[in-house]
Design a protein around this ligand. Structure first.
Ligand SMILES: Nc1ncnc2c1ncn2[C@@H]1O[C@H](COP(=O)(O)OP(=O)(O)OP(=O)(O)O)[C@@H](O)[C@H]1O
Ligand SMILES: [Mg+2]
Length: 276
């Protein structure tokens, strides 16, 4: 563990009680993998993950649907108590110091995190207020952000009336408005067109250049290439971790797409190709 590690997770684990409603239909449809994860009647959504994210890094948190990414993020942001293991975020223990963790981070949740009935400007002010910015800072940053997002004329519009892309851009920006040490972005580009995805990544890089550590999930493999390092979660565990270049070499594949299929495929036979 280095001093400059922004996130330090050790054997971090989260289980959930079995689903009571429709247990039989759930079990019947469950993959063998899922049943394996239901040891002792509890479902292991995140299974003893251990990893570090260094300060200033852009860390891609990949994995198939249901792999456990959001559950891990909810623990790291102090929103969900771990069932086992430990983690420190910005130097604070996620279990004992969750308030300090929350003050050090920004979080763009996978489900929509803005207030639909409030206007764009009101949303930015609200988040700025939550994060203890002064009125002057809030006013300055709101106007700067609106111009930067090309939304200067939309400041007074209710969020629910905005196109999805604008809402996503705004959600990303409010997660960064207080210039947090670490930002967690859970599928920030989901449902966003390729050109806007590039603009998102410019914002992400800008935040990283300003010293913010970024942990980002995505299902777009081209975006994984933009990350300093990536991890691939498979059924609650980390199946592979490293720089995109090192992982491609290690697994002898040409693209992250191939790497992902190799590591995250359901039979779980993830093993780096041995040098012959
Ligand atoms: N509150 C909960 N109660 C029971 N099971 C849960 C709960 N939250 C998540 N799970 C289960 O834990 C597993 C991991 O879910 P999670 O949302 O962390 O996956 P994910 O990797 O973020 O997937 P996606 O890419 O679809 O967002 C899933 O099988 C999910 O159904
Ligand atoms: Mg998720």
């Amino acid at each position: 563990m280095a001093d400059d590690d922004a996130i330090v997770a050790r054997d971090l684990t989260r289980t959930f009680p079995p689903t009571h409603a429709g247990t039989w239909s759930v079990l019947r449809r469950a993959s063998p993998k899922r049943e394996e994860r239901e040891g002792g009647g509890r479902f292991v959504a995140v299974d003893r993950i251990t990893f570090d994210v260094h300060a200033g890094e852009v860390f891609g948190f990949l994995g198939a649907n249901g792999a456990g990414k959001t559950t891990a993020i909810r623990m790291l942001t102090g929103l969900l108590a771990p069932s086992g293991g430990t983690a420190r975020v910005a130097g604070h223990d996620i279990a004992g110091e969750s308030e300090a963790v929350k003050r050090s981070i920004g979080y763009m949740s996978q489900r929509f995190s803005l207030y639909e009935d409030l206007t764009v400007r009101e949303n930015i002010r609200l988040y700025g207020g939550i994060y203890d910015l002064t009125m002057v800072q809030i006013r300055e940053r709101t106007e700067r952000m609106l111009v930067r997002l090309g939304m200067a004329d939309a400041g007074g519009r209710a969020v629910r009336d905005l196109p999805l892309v604008w809402r996503q851009k705004l959600a990303l920006s409010v997660a960064l408005v207080h210039e947090p040490r670490i930002v967690f972005l859970d599928e920030p580009t989901s449902g966003v067109d390729p050109i806007t995805r590039r603009q998102f990544w410019e914002l992400i890089y800008e935040a990283a250049a300003g010293g913010t550590t970024v942990l980002v999930t995505t299902h777009y493999m081209d975006e994984a290439e933009y990350c300093d390092r990536i991890s691939i979660m498979v059924a609650g565990r980390i199946g592979a971790m490293g720089t995109p270049a090192d992982l491609k070499a290690q697994f002898r594949v040409q693209t992250i797409d191939e790497l992902f299929v190799r590591v995250a495929r359901p039979d779980g036979a993830a093993a780096p190709e041995r040098a012959s």
